[in-house]
Design a protein around this ligand. Structure first.
Ligand SMILES: Cc1cc2nc3c(=O)[nH]c(=O)nc-3n(C[C@H](O)[C@H](O)[C@H](O)COP(=O)(O)OP(=O)(O)OC[C@H]3O[C@@H](n4cnc5c(N)ncnc54)[C@H](O)[C@@H]3O)c2cc1C
Length: 481
């Protein structure tokens, strides 16, 4: 058995496998090994059951700022371009309509403002009022008696975009395609847990659970919620802790929505607000979720990992302070409590239904069921130094030929973007070449100018809706006064 590799990747989720593909195709790194503790590629968060299957571009994710959306758009396009280049349409990548929905005047106004701010970055966006929504997504409008819901609703969104991915299948395709690159040696070791990484004389020594030892010039730890545990063992990232936020889903018993529907996000929370997505594993039935529950384990639906949780939490006064600060906020407190109740049998469904009705007002108890076996864990990072819960992903580049990546949402969308960041560090460190031109031409979209006219037309429509909302408000106050 070969024992030395130029690059070893720990973890065969979407992050580790994407990096293996990028290294094999775009660099002259010749030997790459991936170590995966479970029996297959992408069995945890990257499996199609583990996440919401969404390509988070930033257009309907109302928790993304314009700056963040510029970054996610670029990395999301890489995922799309990869799939199209390999002909994976309707096998790995799918197209659904997508909407971000504002409910009530305040949220509707928020949507209009968001359109105005984001339309140049995403010129394909449109504004949908109740009338237009009735045509494309009628369940957002109609109540249980078939009447229009009373409050104003406005959505922004698009049709004909690539929106949905089977990340599990994509991860497998990354390894298959990496292996096809000529002159490259890409090995994957499944059922092989890495328990120790040591640095000696410029080499990384990787020890597996069954006692085998391998060496490499560079190691990237893409072990999801376990990355920080391995970092801590080596003395890195000690100012970080992992807070595992489990996400569960409810699935409908019939087809309800035609596409993805997202809602307005509470900016204090790093987790996406409840959304509805057509599930590609369930004939397009709508999957609502995810919920957010602190779970004292690092892997969902797997035995053990409770001890690993406590080890990565590294509980101390600073962690208590972060928790206390979070709990002091009324919104966060009730969010945490409510999400806990979503897991409690008998009351969970009723409570969840109440929230999901903000999207589909006619939804009934018999229309949804707890999606058993679906969901995963978002390893949210607690920064002890700054004493706060971090909102996104984190990466520790030790500068010594080892990188540790922590990947809460939208880690699957940014797999190729994160891989690109690491690939540059790796090639630089090892003195290897990166064919950037080939990468750019295959995986990135050229800059383009948005056409002004359609955007101006849409902005005029926004102003018309604003006037109508204002008139509605005036007549409401006349009635009540
Ligand atoms: C409920 C939910 C919904 C989400 N929805 C979306 C979405 O719609 N779009 C999106 O972009 N992102 C989404 N995400 C986030 C996304 O799923 C993750 O960011 C992504 O899957 C992380 O991939 P990864 O490869 O880094 O980690 P994982 O998929 O967690 O893979 C890590 C791998 O490392 C292996 N491993 C761990 N320790 C070791 C070890 N010691 N030795 C060997 N192997 C090891 C594990 O077995 C695992 O296979 C969601 C997450 C959740 C939980």
């Amino acid at each position: 058995m070969k024992k030395h590799f130029e690059v070893i990747i720990v973890g065969a989720g979407i992050s580790g496998t994407a990096l293996s593909y990028e290294l094999a195709r775009y660099t002259d790194v010749k030997s790459i090994a991936i170590f995966e503790k479970h029996h297959d590629i992408a069995v945890l968060n990257s499996s199609a059951k583990g996440n919401s299957q969404t390509i988070h571009v930033g257009d309907i994710e109302t928790n993304y700022t314009l700056e963040k959306a510029k970054i996610t758009k670029r990395t999301a396009k890489m995922v799309e371009k990869y799939c199209l280049q390999h002909g994976y349409e309707n096998d790995i990548i799918f197209s659904h309509q997508k909407l971000a929905l504002g409910v009530g005047d305040r949220e509707s106004e928020f949507m209009l403002e968001r359109y105005e701010e984001f339309s140049e970055l995403f010129p394909y966006l449109h504004i949908y009022d109740k009338k237009k929504l009735k045509e494309i997504e009628p369940q957002l409008v109609l109540d249980e008696n078939g009447n229009d819901r009373p409050e104003n609703i406005i959505a922004i969104g698009a049709k004909d975009q690539w929106t949905t991915i089977n990340y599990g299948k994509m991860a497998k395709s990354f390894v298959e395609n990496a292996k096809k690159e000529s002159g490259k040696d890409v090995d994957i070791f499944i059922n092989t847990e890495v328990v120790k990484i040591e640095k000696k004389d410029g080499l990384n020594f990787i020890t597996t659970k069954n006692g085998d030892q391998f060496t490499s010039d560079f190691v990237v730890v893409d072990a999801g919620a376990h990355s920080l545990l391995l970092a801590h063992k080596m003395g890195y990232g000690l100012d970080y802790s992992t807070l595992p936020m489990a996400g569960s889903f409810y699935i409908t018993t019939k087809k309800i929505l035609n596409g993805k529907v997202y809602m307005v996000q509470n900016p204090k929370l790093p987790f996406a607000a409840l959304h509805g997505d057509p599930d590609i594993l369930a004939d397009g039935f709508t999957r609502f979720g995810p919920t957010a529950l602190v779970l004292p384990k690092l892997e969902r639906y797997q035995k053990g990992t409770y001890l690993d949780f406590f080890k990565t939490l590294r509980l101390d006064k600073r962690i208590f302070k972060i928790f206390l600060d979070l709990l002091k906020d009324k919104d966060i407190r009730s969010y945490i409590f409510r999400n806990f109740l979503f897991e409690v049998p008998f009351i969970n469904k009723k409570l969840f239904l109440k929230d999901a009705r903000k999207i589909v007002p006619s939804l009934q108890l018999q229309d949804i069921e707890y999606a058993k076996g679906f969901g995963g864990v978002r390893p949210q990072i607690l920064n002890k130094k700054e004493q706060k819960l971090m909102l996104g992903e984190a990466s520790i580049d030790t500068g010594e030929g080892i990188i540790f990546n922590m990947t809460p949402s939208p880690g699957a969308t940014s797999c190729l973007g994160n891989g690109l960041r690491d690939l540059k560090i790796i090639t630089n460190y090892l003195g290897k070449n990166f064919d950037e031109e080939k990468f750019e031409s295959e995986l990135t979209e050229p800059e383009y100018c948005a056409l002004k006219e359609p955007i101006e037309r849409e902005k005029m429509f926004a102003n018309k809706l604003r006037k109508e909302m204002h008139l509605h408000e005036l007549s409401y106050y006349q009635v009540v006064s």
